[in-house]
Design a protein around this ligand. Structure first.
Ligand SMILES: Nc1ncnc2c1ncn2[C@@H]1O[C@H](COP(=O)(O)OP(=O)(O)OP(=O)(O)O)[C@@H](O)[C@H]1O
Ligand SMILES: [Mg+2]
Length: 290
């Protein structure tokens, strides 16, 4: 299976939300990283065929998804960034309703709903009204509905927003398991969501795809540029003003700063192994500064 994005652009009035984006995906987990407004949702909506590109096209195994139409949607599982729920439906009823919309036969839907409620740890809430769930629980209902039709292409927009750490780990493991024979595309701001499981990272900046590579490859490129230094309280402000600081850890003998720098920032600085947070900072620091 191959999903190809070919020179896709999206224009909203004067705003260019996507600018000539091209890439390909095969089976595995792909992760979108990008600051707010960089175009992640816009691109995911196009891939989920709920929006159309202003120019360019999307092909599944070399056939335009607009031609495949229903056949493409049958393969698709989509979790929008802001999902609409029917508050008065119970969790179970809501999932049966979505299953019916997707044309899933009742017996099969029941088996799948049981399986998915377990996968997202909502068995005990199955008869609770959706309106009474917590934010993280609602999000898990959203994840479950995206997987109802056993989709081969899974597009989930910030699926872990609001999930507690335990449920985030469960979600990560679930995606990792099911991605063996599926294309999974997810967006996130939480870099630990994609550590270990992402086959490739896609970095979007102002509507442009500026990087697409294996995480390890991108981390290797940062090698020699991440340092730790220990600073006394009166040195902290100066370090923060002059360098990109990715973390600070208070220790007995001072504060340990993690710093991004092309050169060794101080004689006593020690080289550190780059992680995904350093990577994020490397690409999005200017954005954050604005
Ligand atoms: N319907 C719309 N009309 C006009 N502009 C839009 C519309 N949808 C998105 N945009 C603009 O397109 C750009 C990309 O938005 P998008 O929602 O794709 O970003 P994002 O990367 O998903 O951000 P976030 O991390 O906040 O979810 C933004 O500048 C946004 O304001
Ligand atoms: Mg978004």
């Amino acid at each position: 299976m191959k999903l190809s994005i070919e020179r896709v652009s999206k224009q909203y009035g004067a705003k260019r939300a996507l600018d000539n984006v091209s890439f390909e995906m095969t089976e595995g987990v792909y992760a979108f990283l990008g600051a707010n407004g960089s175009g992640k949702t816009t691109l995911m909506r196009i891939l989920a065929s709920v929006a159309r590109p202003s120019s360019g096209r999307v092909l599944l195994d070399d056939v335009d998804i607009e031609l495949l139409d229903e056949k493409y949607r049958d393969l698709l599982g989509y979790l929008p960034q802001h999902m609409g729920y029917y508050k008065n439906f119970t969790v179970e009823k809501f999932l049966f309703y979505i299953a019916a919309l997707k044309g899933i036969e009742k017996g099969r839907a029941k088996a799948k709903i049981d399986e998915l409620l377990q996968a997202v740890s909502l068995q005990e809430e199955r008869r609770t009204k959706v309106g009474k769930l917590s934010g993280g629980m609602k999000q898990r209902v959203g994840i479950a509905q995206a997987l109802l039709n056993d989709p081969k292409i899974i597009i989930v927009d910030e699926p872990t927003a609001g999930l507690d750490p335990k449920e985030r780990i469960r979600f990560r493991n679930l995606m990792s398991t099911i991605s063996a024979d599926r294309i999974v595309l997810l967006s996130t701001h939480i870099v630990s969501d994609i550590e270990y499981i992402a086959k490739e990272l896609l970095i979007l900046k102002r509507g442009m795809l500026i990087q697409k590579a294996e995480p390890q490859h991108l981390l290797d490129a940062l090698s020699g540029k991440v340092w730790t230094v220990t600073a006394s309280p009166n040195e902290l402000a100066a370090w923060q003003a002059s360098h990109k600081v990715s973390s600070m850890l208070v220790r007995e003998n001072g504060t340990e700063l993690r710093i991004l720098s092309e050169n060794k920032p101080a004689p006593h600085a020690e080289e550190a192994i780059p992680n995904l947070e350093d990577l994020y900072l490397h690409y999005f620091d200017e954005e954050a500064a604005k």
